[in-house]
Design a protein. Structure first.
Length: 238
């Protein structure tokens, strides 16, 4: 079937006379908004041609069924509101009740939409399947490594040999002695450098130079078993 034939079938049958007039008036009352002759003819799918629609609209306006308004060079027609039926109180109440019900429904839907948006945001921030698989693999490797380290402990195998322990003790003794020597040298030099300064000036100078003196925690450590015993691992193995 050709496009021209389809267009012909889409058009309504052309009305004339009283039928055309009734059709235009019924449409104008039903829509209850301003239209021009071109709009009426187009919206009626050609049932009333443009020229006929213009004449009918003018006639209905002169009869008082429509009100004619001119805006510039364009003329509009609208149903005469004075002829419109008043809405019964019962129907108005029913519409108001329906409006209230719809408003309440909209509030419920708005709350549901808000909750769904929160859930959607959580899902978007959640890791993807690929990210979860990668994280599971990483954790599995960490667990496997930890189990490997726990193996010797569970079997009772010593983690540090006697030779390694002796070497650690020797290193501890050597480097602690070196630290004590250097601290003594610094304290001697610092006393000479700050002998002519007040305590506050000495403190300010230490701050400017970035000098960090021993804290009470250092003193506690010096008096502890680690330093007094002379062994990094505590009591030496025999």
């Amino acid at each position: 079937m050709s496009a021209k034939a389809k267009a012909s079938e889409a058009k309504a049958a052309v009305l004339k006379g009283k039928e055309a007039e009734d059709k235009v008036l019924e449409y104008m009352k039903r829509m209850n908004r301003p239209f021009g002759a071109v709009d009426v003819a187009a919206n009626l799918k050609g049932a009333v041609p443009k020229t006929a629609a213009q004449k009918i609209l003018v006639a209905l306006s002169e009869r008082g069924d429509l009100v004619q308004k001119t805006c510039g060079k364009t003329t509009f027609f609208v149903a005469n509101q004075a002829n419109m039926e008043d809405m019964p109180a019962e129907k108005l109440s029913a519409l108001e009740a329906e409006l209230k019900s719809l408003d309440e429904g909209n509030k419920v839907y708005a709350q549901e939409l808000k909750s769904l948006n929160v859930e959607l945001a959580k899902l978007r921030n959640a890791p993807t399947d690929e990210e979860l698989a990668s994280e599971v693999e990483s954790l599995t490797n960490s667990v496997r490594k930890a189990q490997t380290h726990l193996g010797p402990l569970r079997s009772g195998t010593p983690l540090v040999s006697a030779a390694e322990t002796a070497q650690l003790d020797a290193d501890w003794t050597t480097w602690r002695a070196e630290w004590l020597r250097r601290r003594k040298v610094f304290n001697t030099f610092w006393s000479l450098a700050t002998d002519a300064l007040t305590p506050q000036q000495a403190t300010d100078l230490a701050e400017d130079l970035g000098v960090e003196h021993d804290t009470p925690e250092h003193g506690t450590l010096e008096r502890g078993s680690l330093c007094v015993g002379g062994s990094v691992l505590g009591k030496r193995r025999r």
